[in-house]
Design a protein around this ligand. Structure first.
Ligand SMILES: Nc1nc2c(ncn2[C@@H]2O[C@H](COP(=O)(O)OP(=O)(O)O)[C@@H](O)[C@H]2O)c(=O)[nH]1
Ligand SMILES: [Mg+2]
Length: 241
């Protein structure tokens, strides 16, 4: 399967110099798309250097400002679909989503799944170095989204995903309301409603070694709003049946 990896970045200078070569060395021989939102730490320039050094295998999308994780994925999807690829992977730049899991995720797609999640919450998955506060936040967000939206997957907020090309081509991505982190829940909701097969590969999610998390209070509030909005949509669709 021809594979593209989409890595959204905002101030990830300390990670991408190591991450990108590691990704390119994977047996799936991917192309990497970095979507940088005008990072202030030189991430965009470093991505351009990597693109020059690994010509044709590293593409860079520069956006003028921090426009949100969700729209960064959308920009990456649009670019990926211009290429002849079968599998489109999204992942963080900070090594929380370790490259070592990508081959198993692509294999599972090959085996017939339409979306494969690198999952913290299936047997074998773990978040060993999350502090208690982060563990609680993640657990609450996940449980809230799963129950309110009837999602089957165990890890509904994970950004480590491998999509089959036809999933991205068939879904009305332009109707997605969320621009930030809650994009992930909205996208999963859409994928499940469309009847696609969702699988999960267990991963050990390691806390980022460098830099800071970009998740903010505002993103958390937006995520709650997104789940409520989709829950109302789900209810109204159910009532109309
Ligand atoms: N392009 C872009 N990337 C973003 C934005 N927000 C977060 N990211 C990147 O998305 C990934 C996930 O963010 P991160 O801070 O690791 O979130 P966490 O893992 O939930 O703490 C990282 O690679 C970030 O650099 C954004 O607004 N634009
Ligand atoms: Mg992260």
């Amino acid at each position: 399967m021809k594979t593209i990896l989409i890595v959204p970045t905002y101030n990830e200078y300390d990670s991408i110099g190591e991450l990108v070569p590691m990704l390119l060395a994977l047996p799936v021989e991917p192309v990497v798309i970095v979507v940088d939102d005008n990072s202030t730490d030189g991430t965009g320039e470093l991505a351009d250097t990597l693109s020059d050094n690994f010509r044709g295998r590293v593409l860079v999308i520069h956006r003028p400002a921090k426009l949100g994780l969700g729209t960064a994925y959308l920009a990456g999807f649009a670019r990926a679909l211009d290429e002849q690829v079968d599998a489109i992977v999204t992942m963080d730049a900070d090594f929380s989503h370790h490259p070592r899991y990508i081959p198993a995720m692509v294999d599972m797609l090959n085996a017939g799944y339409d979306l494969v999640i690198g999952s913290r919450y299936v047997p074998g998955g773990a978040t060993p170095d999350f502090p208690l506060s982060r563990r609680m936040l993640s657990w609450c967000a996940n449980t809230f989204a799963r129950t309110m939206l009837g999602l089957q997957a165990r890890d509904t907020t994970a950004g480590f995903r491998c999509y089959r090309r036809s999933v991205l081509e068939s879904l009305p991505l332009d109707t997605i309301f969320s621009s930030g982190y809650s994009f992930l829940v909205e996208m999963l909701f859409m994928v499940q409603r469309a009847g696609y097969r969702v699988g999960e590969v267990p991963i050990t999610f390691e806390d980022r070694k460098q830099g800071q998390s970009k998740i903010s209070q505002q993103e958390i509030l937006k995520a709650i709003y997104t789940v409520m909005r989709l829950a109302i949509l789900r209810l109204s669709l159910w009532l109309r049946r």
